[in-house]
Structure formats: structure tokens, C-alpha cells
Design a protein around this ligand. Structure first.
Ligand code: PRT
Ligand code: ZN
Length: 292
């Protein structure tokens, strides 16, 4: 079915970086069909009145704010750093990282307060200043463009404030994490005017419902099992997400098959407990999409 209402919706996506492949995977997951080509600025969706705009991640909040794009997928850290007045619609569950403070391993500093009177190199000056003001720490912010992790070794600064995900970069540069400024992940942002336009807002809402269906499905499992009918109450206790399972009688007297979508992660331990409670032939299947 074609998603169209005659109103072109433009979605800004990072052109070539950490968020690109997961962003495109997500857009395909909600049913948009398109072909992206390297170095192309636009991609039109074949089956929807939606156009993708491929740009640098740093430009996304501004372009969405200015209405060049209606929606954008970008790290929350970029939105915070730029102070952009865009609407954050959804957290997207990828691109996780933390803006953190770090010092050389041998440094005497033990808490962020110990950075009083010292220099901190960062590519996130606005977010860092805001944090320092809030915490009452009187440090000097050294704004840099490239890799912050080399700043202490070059004596450009005493500490750094940078994004951390695995912590490998800090370790490789002999740096020790001192404290966290905020956590970030990829988010879907919208132009406020788009949300006030009835037709476009309706299209955004449709995409958003699909998106939630995709995100919720990640945390869901579909469980099927056989059990004696009398074991059902106990099994429902073990799987609290299972509100009203489908129960089908089996040919064998007193036995039923039970099917249900469960919101929690289903681990081995839970399966073992179900087995103890009388369940057998337990299958746990992934759920691809959910529409409620
Ligand atoms: O060219 P363009 O401007 O589009 O890309 P970019 O180089 O500015 O951004 P890119 O692709 O590196 O990151 C895009 C977004 O990914 C960021 O805005 C964050 O929201 C998110 N993200 C998630 C990260 C990281 N994890 C991350 N680890 N962005 C950067 N890093 C860097 C960090 O700055 C440090 O240099 O990775 C290093 C630390 O990683 P670990 O794993 O060693 O801890
Ligand atoms: Zn960037």
C-alpha cells in the first residue's frame, strides 16, 4: 500500500557515518522502499511520498529546525550541543554513547570537581559549559575540532570531554573516566511547523506508529508451549507479560497449547521455570513488528 497524501515529507539522515546504516535499516523496517547511492544528496521512496536527504550529522538539527527537512535522525548529543529547537519524537535504540569527562590515568583528579581551575578539551563546548555551570565547576573550556583524546598528551588541555561508547579510545590513550555529562542515542526529531500542518502531521504520525511497532517488537518474544491445563495459572505467573494467552486444547485429554507475545526478554532461566511448572515443547520466536 502506498503511503501518500500528496504532501512530500523529507527525512534527513547522516550521509556517511556511525548512524547511517542503522538509520536506513530502520526506515526500511517501517516499510519505506528506496535506493541510496553514495554521494547522492537525495533518495526518493518508491512506495511513499517521502524523500531522504543525506547530509552531515552536524547539519541535521539546523536543517530540520529551518524546515529544509521535516524529520531527522541524529544523535541527541548533536541536538543538545546546538541547542536546536526541534521536537524529539522517539528514542531509536541505537547510537548509544555517553558524553564523559576523562583525565590521564596518573592525574590526581578523582571527581569532576577536581577539574576546578583546569583546562578541558572538547568538541561539545556548549554542553560542557552548561554542565560546568550547573555543577559550579570553574574550568576552562578548550574548544577543539578533531580528536579530543590526544589533547592531554599534546598539553592542549588537562582533561577531555568526549563521547565514549566502548571505552577503547580512552584506554588506548591512557585516559581514565572521571564522570558523565549525559547519555545519548539516536533520536527522531521533527520540525515544529511540520507537526502543526494537518496533512504532514498525519503522515508523520503514521510513520511514528510503524516505528514504535518496530521498536517494541525488539523487546518482544512470541512464546508457544504445551502444558497441562492445570499448570496455566502458574505459567502465567512466571511470564507476567502474558495477559491473555491463546489457549488451544490438544488431542491429549487435559493438555493445552499456549501462544502469547511476551514483552520481557525470555531467558533460559525463565524457560527452565516454565518447564518445572509443567510446560513442554517450549518455543521462543522473535517478533518482527507489532501494531497495537
Ligand atoms: O561526518 P559527520 O559529521 O556526519 O560524522 P561525525 O564524524 O561527526 O559523526 P560520527 O559518524 O562519528 O558519529 C555520529 C553519531 O554517533 C554521534 O553524534 C553520536 O551520537 C553517535 N556515537 C555513538 C558516537 C560514538 N558512539 C562514538 N563512540 N560518536 C562518536 N564516537 C567517537 C568518540 O568521539 C570517540 O572519538 O568514538 C570514540 C570513542 O569510542 P569508543 O568506542 O572507543 O569509546
Ligand atoms: Zn559530525
Amino acid at each position: 500500500m502506498r503511503i501518500t497524501n500528496g504532501h512530500n515529507l523529507r527525512i534527513a539522515v547522516q550521509n556517511d557515518g556511525r548512524l547511517t546504516s542503522r538509520s536506513l535499516e530502520l526506515l526500511r523496517g517501517i516499510g519505506l522502499e528506496f535506493e541510496e547511492h553514495e554521494r547522492r544528496l537525495f533518495a526518493r521512496c518508491r512506495n511513499a511520498d517521502v524523500e531522504l536527504l543525506f547530509i552531515r550529522d552536524d547539519d541535521i538539527p539546523e536543517y530540520v529546525h529551518d524546515g529544509v527537512a521535516d524529520l531527522g535522525i541524529v544523535g541527541r548529543n548533536v541536538v543538545i550541543e546546538q541547542g536546536s529547537r526541534v521536537e524529539e519524537l522517539e528514542s531509536l535504540g541505537f547510537g548509544f554513547c555517553t558524553l564523559a569527562l576523562a583525565v590521564p590515568r596518573e592525574d590526581a583528579a578523582r571527581t569532576p570537581r577536581d577539574l576546578d581551575g583546569r583546562r578541558i578539551a572538547t568538541t561539545h563546548p556548549a554542553a560542557l559549559r552548561h554542565y560546568l555551570d550547573r555543577e559550579g565547576i570553574d574550568a576552562r573550556v578548550v574548544e577543539i575540532r578533531g580528536a579530543a583524546e590526544v589533547a592531554p598528551a599534546l598539553d592542549v588541555a588537562d582533561a577531555i570531554c568526549d563521547l565514549v561508547s566502548t571505552g577503547t579510545t580512552l584506554r588506548m590513550n591512557d585516559l581514565r573516566r572521571l564522570g558523565d555529562v549525559f547519555e545519548s542515542e539516536a533520536v527522531l526529531v521533527a520540525n515544529p511547523a511540520t507537526l502543526l500542518d494537518r496533512e504532514r502531521a498525519a503522515l508523520v504520525e503514521r510513520l511514528r506508529v510503524r516505528l514504535r511497532g518496530l521498536l517494541v517488537a525488539r523487546h518482544m518474544k512470541y512464546v508457544t508451549l504445551n502444558a497441562p491445563r492445570c499448570a496455566l495459572p502458574r505459567i502465567q505467573e512466571i511470564l507476567p507479560g502474558m495477559k491473555s494467552p491463546t489457549v488451544v486444547p490438544l488431542a491429549e485429554e487435559g493438555m493445552v497449547a499456549l501462544h502469547a507475545a511476551v514483552e520481557e526478554e525470555v531467558f533460559w532461566e525463565v524457560m527452565e521455570r516454565i518447564k518445572e511448572a509443567g510446560g513442554s515443547e517450549i518455543l521462543v520466536l522473535p517478533v518482527e513488528k507489532v501494531m497495537r
